[in-house]
Design a protein around this ligand. Structure first.
Ligand SMILES: Cc1ncc(C[n+]2csc(CCOP(=O)(O)OP(=O)(O)O)c2C)c(N)n1
Ligand code: SF4
Ligand SMILES: [Mg+2]
Length: 289
């Protein structure tokens, strides 16, 4: 199967910045690569332009690279995203992406998945939602949950920075109790919504809460979630990707913050339904994991 999904028009090649050429030649799904792709290659490959428009050192950009490097079949994957800092990265990657109206991402993804199944019955198409906590758990919560209730075969990944970052710092349901932001000066009055538990209760066959501190751990859950969504039903991953700007950290402090939270508020939570567990065992036997 070809990974040749991103090609520069030959007539424009000579005026393209090296970064763009690198994205074609060094992406792990690029056709020049013979080896199987994966997270181990991340230091020598490229899925996301370094000159993206997020703040320097933003953990969301880090997490996106890990997610992209972990997709089982990138050329057959459609990513649906929503407005927010996350959405600023998507023009800088070499993959099929759809930008939906803020909050609508799981409704749009459900439609795309159904049409792809109908249009390409012989091909395994993965639809992955990638959106912020404001989009997933706040304004879009109804659509998120409805896609779980309907057992849509999607993977939903929430980049949880615990704030509406792109609009300057309003609190979301995922903000921790007591947290103050520029545009939420009186402090959050109630606890963070445990979305990973809500996902389980609402019908997800796989639900994880994790930080983006360890690339291999992120890769493992992304792969498992996408494989389960293919056969069994909806899957959910909440990834803590702190907004270093809004919590007053420097560009190189994001990793340290995530490592600290691995031991505190973001200790690994993982739920796998019995059906999904059995399916993962089959995947392991087939060498898919
Ligand atoms: C329909 C609609 N409502 C509101 C907005 C304004 N808006 C843009 S980004 C954003 C916040 C996004 O927060 P989150 O989903 O947590 O992503 P983050 O920026 O934190 O990564 C909001 C409210 C919009 N663009 N469209
Ligand atoms: S505002 Fe926060 S979440 Fe947005 S790019 Fe900057 S550090 Fe990342
Ligand atoms: Mg957010």
């Amino acid at each position: 199967m070809s990974y040749d999904i991103y090609k520069i028009n030959p007539e424009f090649r000579d005026i393209m910045p090296q970064e763009i050429i690198d994205l074609e030649e060094k992406a792990t799904w690029s056709s020049f690569r013979e080896k199987p792709r994966g997270i181990k290659e991340i230091s020598e490959t490229k899925e996301l332009l370094e000159e993206h428009s997020l703040c320097a050192g933003c953990p969301e950009a880090m997490a996106l690279r890990y997610v992209l490097a972990s997709l089982p079949t990138p050329e057959e994957t459609v990513i649906v995203n929503s407005t927010g800092c996350t959405s600023l990265m998507f023009p800088h990657i070499a993959l099929h992406t759809v930008h939906s109206l803020f909050g609508n991402q799981n409704a749009v993804a459900s439609g795309i998945k159904r049409v792809l199944e109908w249009r390409f019955p012989d091909r395994q198409k993965d639809v992955v939602v990638l959106a912020g906590d404001g989009a997933t758990v706040d304004i879009g919560l109804d659509y998120t949950l409805q896609s779980f209730f309907r057992q849509e075969k999607l993977t939903t990944i929430c980049f949880d920075n615990e704030v509406y970052a792109n609009t300057g710092g309003q609190e979301s349901g995922m903000t921790a109790k007591g947290q103050v932001f520029k545009m939420a000066p009186t402090g959050k009055k109630f606890e963070k919504v445990p979305m990973w538990e809500l996902a389980k209760t609402s019908g997800c066959h796989y639900s994880v809460n994790i930080t983006a501190s360890a690339p291999k751990a992120v890769a493992k859950v992304v792969r498992e979630a996408i494989l389960i969504a293919r056969e069994i039903g909806p899957t959910f991953i909440n990834i803590y990707t702190p907004c270093i700007l809004e919590i007053g950290l420097n560009a190189n402090d994001g990793l340290g913050e995530m490592k600290e939270q691995d031991k505190e508020r973001f200790q690994l939570y993982k739920y796998v339904s019995p059906e999904a567990e059995a399916y993962l065992a089959q995947c392991k036997e087939k060498g898919l994991l």
